[in-house]
Design a protein around this ligand. Sequence first.
Ligand code: SAH
Length: 223
Amino acid sequence: MDTRLDGIGMTSARTRERLILRLAEQGIQDAAVLERIRSVPRHIFVDEALASRAYEDTALPLGHGQTISQPYIVARMTEALRAGAAVRSVLEIGTGCGYQTAVLAGLVPQVFTIERIEPLLQRAKSNLREIGIANVRFRHGDGFEGWRAMGPYDSILVAAAPAEVPEELLAQLAPGGRLVMPIGPDGRQRLLRYTRRGTVYEPEDLGAVSFVPMLAGVVGSLG
Ligand code: SAH
């Protein structure tokens, strides 16, 4: 048994089971999403000093002023992206440590992910390699630009909040595709889902959330 991946004590199967029950109680209904969260070892994505808290339903610090998303939010956004339709591709903006990426990679055949902070992107790559995930393409870049060459996408998920929905991301959605992202300033963010119907983008409000801001430009390995 590989104890680092399987976890022991506070990172064990029983601890993960408690997290899944809690997410279900909070309203997550998509069984495939719950199963995926059960199977992704969140403790390898956080600093060793925080591993014992990896299966608490909280955001945890990642360094560089960023946080690994709360499991409930990861579940909620993934469920909102799937919502009944087949999803063949997803563009993720804000890779962070790669935890949300790993959840998506088990549910969507083709995952594309963009992070503006280079050292975080490198860490995400090595985390995903460690757990044997190979269907993800990474890009160090500014998510406001999306990744036109690989699109259009069935779905786009953004893990950082801008003031307004970026038009460029809407333009990279395939017909019927969905964009799920937080919008708005600190303290007043809403999680929105836009569905593309022809040239119209239908918005739905999925509730209040709290994300780090979406920032323009990139940060290199010395930044
Ligand atoms: N889902 C991630 C956590 C994301 S935190 C996880 O599970 O670890 C949000 C991330 O968005 C941060 O890493 C931040 O650097 C990144 N980010 C913010 N603005 C961005 C932009 N314009 N383009 C790409 N990434 C961005």
